[in-house]
Ligand binder design. Structure first.
Ligand code: ADP
Ligand code: MG
Length: 227
């Protein structure tokens, strides 16, 4: 089986008068159906790793195979296209358009995905149904709870049927009960075969995932559970 993600020696240095090495050379293999949590202190390099995985940023060195395709050296335009077709992203602060309905928010992702206009409403409604928000499709984010907003963001990410679902602190802005709702959703999606990579600084959250990577000052290591 081809790995979904294969990183070899991936690093990221942010150029500056004193350059910042945010990620030291990293190897990582993610297989279809894996659920990984990425933990580490603030500033350790979690978002940097996720942004490289999500084709939002480019590594300084190393190779990145996504579903067997070499994506490290793609042009900006090709990376954007690939991201829109294969990767779903969920952010801590939801990033929804406040004055558009839940349905319209999801439809925008389908537009960038290249989904034909006439099938977008149906695909968007389907995604909202998967996150339990079928009855809130026409609601504005401003009228929704934090948990509902994050579920709209998850629906938006899922609507394109991404091989890879990435989430950067998806429960960071939620109270513990609502966070649990969103986590159960990720657990269910992973149970249905969705590959998930999730950044969190919460160890209890991380414990729900099948694999855990811990980052210390840009050095990534896999935490193996002991019986
Ligand atoms: P985390 O998500 O774990 O908090 P980040 O990946 O955001 O950590 O950051 C890792 C390191 O890289 C930090 O030292 C941060 O200050 C630095 N960094 C992040 N983004 C940039 C950037 N665009 N330019 C310069 N330095 C950055
Ligand atoms: Mg971060």
């Amino acid at each position: 089986m081809t790995p979904l993600v294969e990183l070899r020696g991936i690093s990221r240095v942010y150029p500056a008068v004193r350059p910042v090495t945010a990620l030291r050379p990293t190897d990582l293999v993610v297989r279809p159906g894996d659920w990984l949590a990425i933990t580490g202190r603030s500033g350790s390099g979690k978002s940097t790793l996720l942004q490289i995985l999500g084709l939002l940023d480019r590594p300084t060195s190393g190779s990145y195979l996504l579903d067997g395709d070499d994506v490290a050296d793609l042009s900006d335009r090709d990376r954007t296209r690939l991201r829109a077709s294969r990767i779903g992203f969920v952010f801590q602060s939801f990033h929804l358009m406040a004055h558009r309905s839940a349905l319209e928010n999801v439809m925008v992702a389908l537009l960038y995905h290249g989904c034909p206009r006439r099938t977008r409403p149906e695909r968007a409604a389907e995604a909202l149904e998967r996150v339990g928000l079928a009855d809130r499709a026409l609601a504005l984010p401003t009228t929704m709870s934090g948990g509902e907003r994050q579920r709209v963001a998850v629906a938006r990410a899922l609507s394109i049927r991404p091989g890879l679902l990435l989430a950067d602190e998806p429960t960071g802005n939620l109270d513990s009960q609502t966070a649990e709702e969103v986590l159960s959703l990720f657990a269910r999606l992973n149970g249905e075969g969705q590959t998930v990579l999730m950044v969190t600084h919460d160890r209890d959250v991380a414990a729900r995932a099948g694999r855990r990577l811990d980052i210390v000052d840009g050095v990534v290591s896999e935490v193996t559970h002991r019986a």
